[in-house]
Design a protein around this ligand. Sequence first.
Ligand SMILES: [Zn+2]
Length: 263
Amino acid sequence: MNRRSFAQSVGSAAILSAIPRSSGSRLDLGAAKPGKVMAITAHPGDGMFTMGAVLAKQIERGGAGVLLSLSLGERGAPKNIPVAEYGAMQRRATEKATHLLGAESIFFDYRDAEIPFDEEISLKVCDAIREQQPDIVLTHWSGSWHKDHQNCHLIVRDAIFYAALETLARSRPAHVVSKVFYPENWEDAANFIPDTYLDIEAVCETWLQACDLYPMWRGQTGFFRYNDYYSSLAVMRGCLSGFRRAVTLMSDTNQRTQHLQSL
Ligand SMILES: [Zn+2]
């Protein structure tokens, strides 16, 4: 089975890779000239675990990537590490991890587990989007049990709208984000239906090294086996897409609409 027919067998899923378009009907990540991907996460750890490979892939192709964390995820501290100290560890790990990928990192100082959903934070994220000018934004899917993740989804939705609104005067001019994707996250699994598979094999080892900078990844802060889960998931998603290792994304509803003159 060649990759084109394999892709078709996956159903409506799009397969993203760096392979030239002439190889079949597969989509590429962005346009011919790779743009910037901005990942916006409630907590830097699961942001890196679920969005870092996409950032790495875009950078490997000649584009750019930035990770914005709304909090430091400090309340995931294990009992033997004070919360503030753990927050500083999370920040250092994220700075090192994004540097390893060739990406930038930005931190807001909202308290973990208390990220609000209001106009102030939505406008703050709007300003960050206008400053960074990403072509693609990644953020949490709404179907999460975690209130910070749910709020992050709503904040980013409004921030993208505000960022594009030319009549909304801010310190920087309006910016239109072309595409929005929601990555696969074990905490955001309710009604998550991936429609896009991205080949990450070329950057997978670097991304895994970046994840390994977090104590959480190594199982030192809680019960969940992040390392086993996300490294195995990449293999499993690769099996389903004809790649060696892959991550999946869910497209925002609005960008699934096709405008065709014929089928
Ligand atoms: Zn989280």
